[in-house]
Design a protein around this ligand. Structure first.
Ligand code: CAO
Length: 560
């Protein structure tokens, strides 16, 4: 066993970088090439790997320390070696490149880091020499078409598994075209953007590393561009400039490559996390805490807020408190039961409809004295037919007449358009042991009361047996929810999107109704019409209900 010191390797022209993460601690067993610390400048961060396998004895750096080439990172106990000072392996660029870089002070004939005008006057900005980095992923696009950028302004951030870096533009100008997008894999020489601007010597990047430059297009001339940085470049491709570690430019999330990778794997938007590390740096714990909060519903990502049901297209979303978490067993015995499949599905639909549709509900009463007498009479006469004529069948037929008179009720919203249907399919809510389902009577306008009653009976039976097919529940224009067989006075039914209205009916009962001379006992049916205020206004809803009432009071009107 021997102790060796692991040093910061050649990190190019950087005087100092800041330690932003300690990836190991005393006692840890590390493999050769395993990352030990993360260091950062204002434009790049990189992980410093170990040159040897062994056990960490002493850490020689702490968070926020400034380190440079030769700084001792830690002491490692390694097997079968003499005590020595061991530089950590280069995270990128190989020795050959470094040697070339050191021994070749001459500008390369075709500079890799300078911009040049193409034949049509636009400037091609390419990925410069980024050392041994190959196939690096674009993790941030920092500009967009139309942006006016300065020379040296960062265009994109790329990342390997050990380092991330920003690639600045070598020229100033206006971005005409972006040739890369998030997730693209890029290599040296790949075209990043087309700029409209002017190529001038001052546009050349001053940074020492090729990765901070843009390559020149083939039609450029060496005279037209400043001395390239290619020769000095690839030594340490991860460190584009000399700036001390400060929070990153452009308000970018401040996080190390491993934290960025961790966040990306979880799909966590780093820009939305408040870092709790030094100088607001985002730590792995911050990413975990954010993920947990989203999962618990305590917070939402901006993408979720944007997708949230905001009918006007704007709004701030529902900034709700998390659902109360109560230990009910503290108050008494409980039993937990899973929601049925139907309950889960209908619950999600009802929730969306309730939140997305601005519901208004109008209540009215229909005098069904004569209609009910007629229905009872018909059922007596047709007792042997096996088909029971229901009040709901009359309501479906009456609704069709009202939908024809008020077509905006027979419609659906599609963006800025109203799709007005020229068919009349009416759904009815059916209560089943497994939950609420909504079968549809198709082409109710073309069917008589007896046929509707018969179909309803069949569909209600299928519903109770859980045998409804998807087709049985599709294509509705309008829905009726009847609680008449159960009781109650009025309620506020939830619209069955993408429909724009729903009729709720409750139990009819005999009520005293003033006929101008005296109170008469009349059978009154309570109607509750919920409607989507984006499509329907209150006056139309009142007219719809009143018309429905007139038809139910005198069904001959259906024929008019
Ligand atoms: N007023 C008074 N009595 C009524 C009535 C009304 N509005 N509507 C029905 N009735 C009577 C019927 O005449 C029948 O009486 P008889 O047995 O003496 O003839 C009795 O109530 C039972 O009727 P029903 O409910 O079985 O039949 P229906 O045609 O009215 O309804 C169906 C069928 C499938 C809609 C119904 O069974 C059902 O599931 N209703 C619940 C719907 C529901 O849950 N809605 C809420 C949705 S929001 O959560």
């Amino acid at each position: 066993m021997a102790l060796i010191d692991i040093q910061v390797p050649d990190i190019g022209d950087f005087d100092e970088v800041t330690v932003i993460e300690l990836l190991v601690k005393p006692g840890d067993t590390v493999k050769a090439e395993q990352s030990l610390i993360t260091v950062e400048s204002d434009k790049a961060s990189m992980e410093i790997p170990s040159s040897h396998a062994g056990v960490v004895k002493t850490l020689k750096v702490k968070l926020d320390d400034k380190v440079k080439q030769g700084s001792i990172v830690l002491t490692l106990e390694v097997a079968g070696a003499e005590s020595e000072v061991a530089p950590a392996p280069m995270p990128v660029a190989d020795a050959k490149t470094k040697a070339n870089a050191a021994s070749d002070p001459q500008p390369a004939p075709l500079p890799a880091g300078a911009p040049a005008a193409s034949a049509n006057g636009s400037i091609e900005v390419r990925v410069p020499d980024i050392g041994d980095f190959k196939d690096v992923a674009v993790i941030e696009v920092l500009v967009k078409v139309g942006d006016t950028i300065k020379a040296e302004q960062s265009l994109i951030t790329v990342e390997s598994d050990k380092a991330s870096m920003e690639i600045p533009s070598a020229a100033a100008g206006v971005i005409k075209e972006l040739k890369v997008k998030l997730g693209d894999i890029v290599n040296i020489g790949d075209l990043l953007a087309m700029l409209e601007g002017s190529v001038s010597p001052i546009a050349a990047p001053s940074v020492p590393s090729a990765l901070s430059t843009a390559s020149v297009s083939a039609d450029s001339t060496p005279e037209s561009v400043p001395a390239p940085v290619a020769a000095a470049a690839a030594a340490v491709a991860t460190m584009p400039d000399h700036a001390p570690a400060t929070p990153p430019v452009g308000g970018l999330p401040h996080a190390s490559p491993s934290v960025r990778k961790f966040a990306r794997e979880l799909g966590v938007p780093l820009a939305e996390i408040k870092g709790t590390g030094p100088k607001g740096r985002i730590t792995p714990d911050d990413v975990q805490a954010f993920t947990k909060a989203v999962m618990l519903g305590a917070t939402r990502t901006q993408a979720q807020v944007a997708q949230a049901p905001t009918p006007s297209g704007g709004g701030a979303g529902l900034d709700l408190l998390p659902w109360p978490k109560v230990d009910f067993t503290k108050f008494g015995p409980v039993e937990r039961k899973d929601l049925s499949r139907i309950q889960k599905m209908s619950g999600a639909n009802l929730h969306r409809n309730w939140v997305m549709i601005p519901h208004v509900c109008n209540h009215d009463d229909a005098d069904i004295t004569e209609l009910e007498a007629f229905r009872v009479q018909m059922n007596k006469e047709n007792e042997k037919s096996g088909v029971k004529i229901t009040m709901l069948a009359f309501l479906i037929k009456a609704s069709v007449a009202a939908l024809k008179k008020f077509p905006q009720f027979n419609a659906s919203l599609d963006g800025d358009q109203l799709v007005v249907k020229q068919y009349y399919n009416v759904a009815f809510a059916a209560d089943t042991p497994n939950g609420l389902v909504v079968p549809v009577i198709k082409e109710a306008d073309k069917k008589g009361i007896v046929q509707i009653s018969q179909e309803m009976g069949e569909l209600a039976k299928k519903a109770r047996e859980g045998k409804l097919s998807p087709a049985d529940m599709q294509g509705a224009c309008f829905t009726i929810s009847s609680l008449g067989g159960i009781g109650g006075r009025y309620f506020t039914p939830i619209i069955n999107a993408p429909e724009v209205a729903i009729l709720g009916v409750c139990k009819s009962q005999i009520e005293p109704v003033w006929d101008g001379k005296a109170f008469q006992p009349r059978l009154m049916l309570p109607l509750s019409l919920s409607w989507d205020h984006r499509v329907i206004d209150g006056a139309s809803a009142a007219r719809f209900n009143a018309y429905l009432g007139q038809i139910l009071a005198d069904f001959r009107r259906v024929l008019l």
